[in-house]
Design a protein around this ligand. Structure first.
Ligand SMILES: Nc1ncnc2c1ncn2[C@@H]1O[C@H](COP(=O)(O)OP(=O)(O)OP(=O)(O)O)[C@@H](O)[C@H]1O
Ligand SMILES: [Mg+2]
Length: 272
C-alpha cells in the first residue's frame, strides 16, 4: 500500500462464520464477505431478521472468532490469539466498541454512574468523573445516576449502554440497532452526535426512514448473509428490487373507501 494511502480503519477479507447445530450439522454465514471502513465513514448495515447483522458486528469486534478469513484494525491483524496481547487488546477495546442489540447484555454494575465509569476505569483512562458527568448530561441520565441499571426502562438502558461506550472516546463504533428503543428526541440526538463525530461508525438498523439520516453509505446483506450491495445509501433506499431481494420491502393492503389493493413498499411502517 502506498504511504499516502492510510490503512482502512477496519478491513475484513473473505469472512465466514461456521458453527454446528446440536445435531452436529455445519452451518455457515457470509461465505466470503469482504468490506472496508475508511476513517470517519458512517455506514449503515441493512438486512432482514436473521441475515447476520448482529453476528457480523460481533465478528468485527473480535467478540466472535472468525472461522475463515481475516480482520485488520488500523493495519493490525485481529484474532483471538492476537488479542491475548494485553497491550493490543487494550488499544483495540478502547477504540473499537460494540453496542449490543439488547443492552441488558452490557449492563451489570450496581449503579448507572458505575456502569458509565466501568470501561474507562478498566482501561486506565483519566478524568473518569468528568467522563461520567459529560455523557450523563448529554443523554439526560443525571437523575438516574444512582439507580441500578436493571430498574430502568428499555430506552433508558439503551442510553446507559451508549453512554458507557461513548465515555471511552472510541474511534470506531459498531452499533447494533442503536435507535430500536430510543424515542424520537434521543434518536435525533444520536444522529447529530454521530454526524458531528470524527469517529468511524457501522450502524445496523431496520428503520429505513432513519437509515438515510445515519450515514451516506450502505451495506445490504441478503437473507443468506451475502453482501448484496455496498455503495451510496440513497441508491440502496431507492432500489425497490434490491430491498425486496434483501427482504426489506414489505407488502400490505391499502384501503381506499371500499377498495383494497396491495403493493410493495420500501419505506417503514411509521414513515410519514
Ligand atoms: N453460533 C451460532 N449458533 C447458532 N446459530 C447461529 C450462530 N451464529 C449465527 N447463528 C444464526 O445466524 C442467524 C443470524 O443471526 P443474527 O442475530 O446475526 O441476525 P440479525 O441480522 O442480527 O437479525 P435481527 O434483525 O433479528 O437482529 C440467526 O438465524 C442465528 O440463529
Ligand atoms: Mg440483530
Amino acid at each position: 500500500m502506498p504511504e499516502s494511502c492510510p490503512a482502512p480503519v477496519l478491513q475484513a477479507r473473505d469472512l465466514c462464520h461456521v458453527w454446528r447445530t446440536p445435531e452436529g450439522q455445519e452451518r455457515r454465514l457470509f461465505k466470503g464477505l469482504s468490506l472496508e471502513l475508511g476513517a470517519g465513514e458512517k455506514v449503515v448495515l441493512l438486512g432482514a431478521n436473521g441475515c447476520g447483522k448482529s453476528t457480523l458486528l460481533k465478528l468485527l469486534n473480535g467478540l466472535l472468532p472468525i472461522s475463515q478469513g481475516s480482520l485488520h484494525w488500523r493495519g493490525e491483524a485481529i484474532s483471538p490469539e492476537r488479542l491475548r496481547d494485553r497491550e493490543l487488546a487494550r488499544r483495540f477495546r478502547r477504540d473499537c466498541v460494540l453496542l449490543f442489540q439488547h443492552p441488558e447484555a452490557m449492563l451489570f454494575n450496581p449503579s448507572v454512574a458505575e456502569e458509565i465509569a466501568y470501561g474507562p476505569r478498566l482501561l486506565g483512562l483519566e478524568d473518569i468523573p468528568a467522563r461520567v458527568a459529560r455523557w450523563a448530561n448529554e443523554l439526560g441520565l443525571e437523575p438516574l445516576l444512582e439507580l441500578p441499571p436493571f430498574q430502568l426502562s428499555g430506552g433508558e438502558k439503551q442510553k446507559v449502554a451508549l453512554a458507557s461506550l461513548l465515555a471511552l472516546d472510541p474511534g470506531l463504533l459498531l452499533l447494533d440497532e442503536p435507535t430500536a428503543s430510543l424515542d424520537p428526541r434521543a434518536s435525533g440526538w444520536l444522529v447529530d452526535t454521530l454526524l458531528d463525530s470524527p469517529a468511524t461508525a457501522l450502524i445496523s438498523t431496520h428503520n429505513l426512514s432513519l437509515a438515510a439520516e445515519l450515514g451516506s453509505r450502505a451495506l445490504v446483506l441478503g437473507e443468506g448473509g451475502q453482501l448484496l450491495f455496498d455503495g451510496p445509501l440513497r441508491l440502496a433506499l431507492g432500489d425497490l428490487g434490491l430491498l425486496e431481494q434483501a427482504g426489506l420491502a414489505h407488502r400490505h393492503r391499502h384501503r381506499h373507501g371500499g377498495l383494497a389493493h396491495a403493493h410493495l413498499h420500501g419505506h417503514d411502517w411509521d414513515a410519514p
